[in-house]
Design a protein around this ligand. Structure first.
Ligand SMILES: Cc1cc2nc3c(=O)[nH]c(=O)nc-3n(C[C@H](O)[C@H](O)[C@H](O)COP(=O)(O)O)c2cc1C
Length: 204
């Protein structure tokens, strides 16, 4: 059993990043972490959600997933983010949530969190790397420790080879075009492993 508490924080309109978050949960649990999954507060008006069948269905299917609070991040040793690419950047609800972490940042409570990020986009070159890197920019301000997958496992190559974090492209129907489950699970396991090394090292 790992001592690591892993929080998985996602935003998802049409379900892709919710699925990535669930695979990360599975990976984290396989290496014994205590895993909690949170979504961030939706910001879109209900009329917009209702006008998109996939968005409406995902919203209803995930209504019982708790909305994250900054304190949920404080409780975690490691955090994995999953967020759609929008115009080459993270979707606004994730940015808005992260903008509420100024209080815990000011108290030094974001320091040494082990973090990693995943994303999806419609196009393989639609800004996936930029999205992950923009999230990591915030993490450097946090004093967090970014643990990217790099090319540490064959599953990264099979998933399209994004060393910054697992990313997937989706077709017009929202179906994932690459098989990224193994890469997501590897990323989660790696995050938990590094967090465990850090936690044990800090106890010495
Ligand atoms: C406002 C908006 C902007 C988007 N911008 C991009 C983009 O820059 N590049 C791209 O490939 N896909 C873009 N997409 C497609 C989303 O990335 C895609 O719908 C999302 O990854 C699906 O994730 P989800 O199912 O978790 O919501 C955009 C979608 C929306 C609604």
């Amino acid at each position: 059993m790992s001592q690591v508490k892993l929080a998985i924080l996602y935003y998802s309109a049409t379900g892709t990043n919710h699925q990535l978050a669930r695979w990360a949960q599975e990976g984290g649990q396989q290496v014994g972490a205590e895993v909690k999954v949170f979504k961030v507060q939706e910001l879109a008006p209900q009329s917009i959600i209702d006008s998109n069948a996939a968005w409406k269905a995902n919203s209803e299917a995930t209504k019982d997933v708790p909305n994250a609070t900054p304190d949920d991040l404080v409780q975690a040793d490691a955090i994995i983010f999953s967020v759609p690419t929008r115009y080459g950047n993270m979707a606004a609800p994730m940015k808005q949530f992260l903008d509420t972490t100024g209080g815990i940042w000011a108290q030094g409570k974001t320091i040494n969190k082990v973090v990693s990020a995943m994303t999806s986009a419609q196009n393989p070159h639609g800004g996936q790397e930029a999205t992950i890197l923009s999230l990591y920019t915030m993490m450097y301000h946090w004093g967090a420790i970014v643990v990217s997958p790099g090319y540490t496992d064959q599953s990264v190559f099979a998933a399209g080879g994004n060393p910054y974090g697992t990313s997937v492209s989706v077709d017009q129907d929202g179906k994932m075009k690459e098989d990224v489950q193994a890469a997501v699970m590897h990323q989660a396991k790696r995050v938990v492993t590094v967090a465990e090394w850090l936690k044990k090292g800090m106890q010495v």
